[in-house]
Design a protein around this ligand. Structure first.
Ligand code: NI
Length: 156
């Protein structure tokens, strides 16, 4: 495994739409391993492949319950809302208030290309929404209510 360099807001790669993954090749497996390591090293809750410069529909998330790998993820259902602080590893040291669904159900493939469904509430729901937005070139700053401010807490 190896750490990858995290791209910072303003890098054009963060504004692009990612492509679906057709199969998990050894190179993709290496990317996933590196993303998990990079996410942990940066104390992040989640990381999307474009944040390490790769335009593929892959995200990794860990809200404290172990790593989740989502390939070609899609949100199936969402409900409720939560309003709270959000940050991003691609905008270090900043955060802002964002409203997200409080519950989401999503479908994705794991690192063995096995399809699965996942339900998440609160932070996991927020993280899934945040990371999936990255795959379509969107960042949370587009959704911030009020001003971005200096912060030091979990970043996605
Ligand atoms: Ni992010």
């Amino acid at each position: 495994m190896a750490l990858r360099q995290i791209r910072i807001a303003g890098d054009p790669v963060l504004g692009k739409t990612c492509r679906e993954v057709k199969e998990v090749t050894p190179k993709i497996k290496q990317l996933i391993d590196d993303m998990v390591e990079t996410m942990y090293e940066a104390n992040g809750v989640g990381l999307a492949a474009p944040q390490v410069g790769i335009l593929k529909r892959i995200v990794t998330i860990d809200v404290g319950e172990g790593p989740i790998v989502m390939i070609n993820p899609k949100i199936l259902e969402s409900a409720g809302s939560q309003t709270g602080e959000e940050g991003c590893l691609s905008l270090p040291g900043k955060s802002g208030v964002v409203t997200r669904p409080n519950y989401v159900k999503a479908r994705a493939f794991d690192e063995n290309m096995q399809e699965y469904e996942i339900e998440g509430n609160e932070l996991l729901a927020r993280a899934i929404c945040h990371e999936l937005d990255h795959l379509d070139g969107h960042m949370y700053m587009e959704l911030v209510e009020g001003e971005l401010h200096d912060a030091n807490y979990e970043e996605e």
